[in-house]
Design a protein around this ligand. Sequence first.
Ligand code: NAD
Length: 466
Amino acid sequence: MATADLEGVVAQVLNRLKDGEIKRGDPPKNPKGTFKAVADAVAAARSSQTTLIALPLEKRREIVANIRRRAAEDVRSLAEMAHEETKLGRVEDKIKKNLLVIHKTPGPEILEPLAYTGDDGLTLIERAPYGVIASITPCTNPTETIINNGLSMLAGGNTVVYNPHPLAKGVSSYCVDLINRASMEVGGPENIMTIMGNPTIESANELLRFKGIRLNVVTGGPAVVQAAFAAGKKCIAGGPGNPPVVVDETADLEQAARGIVSGASFDNNIICCDEKEVFAVDKIYDRLVEGLQRHGAVLLRNHQITRLQKLILQPDGRHTRHEWVGKSASAYLKEIDVPFRGDPRLIICEVPFDHPFVQTELLMPILGVVRVKDVHEGIDLAVEAEHGFGHTASMYSKNIDALHRMARVVNCSIFVKNAPNYAGLGYGGEGYTSFTIASPTGEGLTTARHFTRERRCTLAGYFRYV
Ligand code: NAD
């Protein structure tokens, strides 16, 4: 689906929600695909994978299409339940995120075969399923990751067992139930995706080490990435980020201010790709900060920054207090007695480079803005602040040399030029989406291609037509 079409769908859904036309579903009493024991969840997924690969490919396409349809119809439940359960982010942004994965996760069409023909005959290279895949999902994008991973894995002929974040287990289980019903409705198997009803770190590790599962996929912070590597199997890991933005003196400042506020406030900044800190060159710094305020950001004074720091950071001054992750800007402002009007999207703070609002992945709508003397200093500090995650970075500039340099030295899975970072996820930018950006293991935006393995079939001496 093209970006303009997706924006149309989002607008339509938001209007229908406002008019009360789309009703919220009730959680099922016995959700399909939810299991207590890891072994049972794996066995059920294995049995359904045997059924799945015996079905015609056309049926697989039909199942994928029906999951998209049913998830889109129930997008309000997915967004509201995730918000109620996790207390993170904003419902209207969760609707956008869910519609993005529903419509822009590639299906089986991305698995193009490759053929070589010549004097020695025909060799065909195809992508085959791994079988059952284990997937560990985050609380920040619970249903988005399940839908996105799930459609890609299913497109490749796999089934999947999820260990969701305990904070989002209800909505995750609801989402898997919806997916299984959508599969069965068009003649697909039940348990095409299964999930742990009572997920823990222990069940995650049991799943990651489960015999017979050939591929682990994890999406989360540093601990789960380490756990995946420690399991001693092939893994695809989407890890943490700390995306910097550089703004230089050639930038369209109106575009930069609008884009930064929109990107950094998206779902209250809980998405790993959201803008986390800004480096603005001295020449345009004041005008950029003024523009950010004009677009709805609230600028704090120094004593207010100190109070905010105490509120959201642990006594070590570096780690966040979990209870403050992903709240709306108004919640922080109320707590530190800063007056505001309406529902501000973002808080901005003028800080030095070594400040925790620059160095720490806050996952809050709070953005550190650093003054730099020129674009080169901005790029160098941005690379440092990204901490080598290789995740996401962006830049507002019309200087092709500066853009080129930043792209090369920051060397991230996603580099966005002159747009909010979510454009790099396919929202307002070209290309498909993924909610597992695998930087530690190098796949970048994951698709069915990564959840399948290469198989070569050679016929010597025949089928050369040229
Ligand atoms: P989290 O790391 O707390 O949890 C993610 C998942 O890992 C959860 O299911 C959790 O239960 C599990 N987990 C955590 N520690 C574990 C351990 N030691 N062993 C086994 N499982 C473990 O992350 P979160 O708060 O849910 O999500 C936010 C983090 O995830 C941020 O750091 C963000 O940047 C990152 N993230 C990355 C991507 C990506 O695509 N690269 C996408 C979303 C989120």
